[in-house]
Design a protein around this ligand. Structure first.
Ligand code: PMP
Length: 361
């Protein structure tokens, strides 16, 4: 077997014990004589699995009872549009705080359904930091405030939950959910595509304060209405059963690891090690993000001479380090170090980076 250390931004590395268990159970799940992928989502076996996965997620994130947890599809991108459809009345406006590519996309996809007020943006500073809270132009009549706690491409992260008063706070947590404990009660809605810290792509977890389910007032098909999904335990139509199963295995794995407090410590140790290597390289490697806004999950960096990029990528892969190529919008490199990427992987990356710098410095 030749699994490499995988720094992919998403779909990203999954915990190896999760993959091994899925492999063991693939043909015959719990002795039922069929794969979990081959079972009715309405049968007792699958609904039991679904309930357990939700219970485990509720326990991990300490999700209060007055929040519904939905297992949906469409990627985070579909929910960029579906969130305003559900939370904003016709003619209403919503505040968007944009700190990178995905926040920008969330705002533009929402625009057909809600008046988008760009309350703050760091685009003019090439998304190098979270704009200071006191500069945000929030509107207290806004239907909600949307932000992206972790920008996967730019590597910019909020390290505190912003205070936006009584307006519901909506967070796209696609690339930081489950990376540490959060206070769910501070949010109106949290959503996340699964393919970074949860499981395979094709599944979206959405956590919504139940009173907000009542807001959807415009005409829309039931499939778009979160209240209908909640009333049907996310089985309004056939859910992504395979994704739900793997997410459940990941939740079990996280509990075995000591839960989200333990993940927070591990993720901090990994990020400290990697940023330390970048900052300590005498300018050979650089990360452009302001210290207080650096992401613990996605670490973009450049080499002092981009002519070395191709060699860096070729040699890193030969050294067993996968998917370090940066996003095409930024170039350079990016190491995504989600929950399933162990400290040993980051140690191997740092050792390679130091050796490469020595040979090419
Ligand atoms: N938001 C964030 C923060 C992301 O990182 C991504 C994907 N990388 C998306 C949204 C879009 O997700 P999807 O492709 O699943 O729609």
């Amino acid at each position: 077997m030749s699994r490499l250390w995988n720094f992919s931004a998403g779909p990203a590395a999954l915990p190896q014990p999760v993959l091994e268990r899925a492999q063991r159970e693939l043909l015959d799940w719990q002795g039922c004589g069929a794969s979990v992928m081959e079972l009715s989502h309405r049968g007792k076996l699958f609904t039991g699995l679904a309930r357990q996965a939700e219970a485990d997620l509720r326990e991990l994130l300490a999700i209060p009872e007055h929040y519904a947890v939905l297992f949906l599809q469409g990627g985070a991108t579909q929910h960029f549009a579906q969130i305003p459809m559900n939370l904003a009345a016709e003619g209403a406006s919503a505040d968007y705080v944009v700190t990178g590519h995905w926040g920008e996309k969330a705002a533009s996809e929402a625009a057909p359904y809600v008046k988008v007020n760009l309350a703050a943006s760091s685009k003019g500073e090439s998304y190098r930091r979270v704009p200071p809270r006191e500069t945000w132009q929030l509107d207290e009549r806004a239907a909600y405030v949307h932000y992206t706690p972790n920008e996967t491409i730019h590597g910019v992260e909020f390290h505190d939950i912003p205070d936006v008063g009584d307006v519901p706070l909506v967070a796209d947590m696609s690339s930081d959910i489950l990376s540490g404990p959060i206070d769910v009660s501070k949010f109106g809605l949290i959503y996340a595509g699964a393919q970074k810290n949860i499981g395979p792509s094709g599944l979206v977890i959405l956590i919504i304060r139940r009173d907000l389910l009542e807001r959807a007032s415009r005409p829309m098909a039931r499939i778009f209405r979160y209240a209908d999904h909640a009333a049907n335990d996310s089985m309004l139509n056939t859910p992504n059963t395979w994704g739900w199963y793997l997410a459940g295995l990941t939740f079990e794995w996280l509990k075995e690891q000591g839960g989200l407090a333990a993940m927070r410590e591990r993720n901090a140790a990994k990020a400290t090690l990697l940023y330390g290597a970048i900052d300590g390289s005498g300018g050979f490697y650089r990360n452009p993000i302001e210290l207080a806004s650096r992401s613990r999950m996605n670490v973009p960096f450049t080499l002092h001479d981009s002519a070395l990029d191709a060699d860096f990528l070729k040699e890193s892969e030969a050294a067993g380090l996968l998917a370090l190529k940066g996003h095409k919008a930024l170039g350079g490199m990016r190491a995504s170090i989600y929950n399933a990427v162990p400290l040993e992987a980051v140690q191997a990356l740092v050792a390679f980076m130091q050796d490469f710098a020595k040979r090419h410095g």
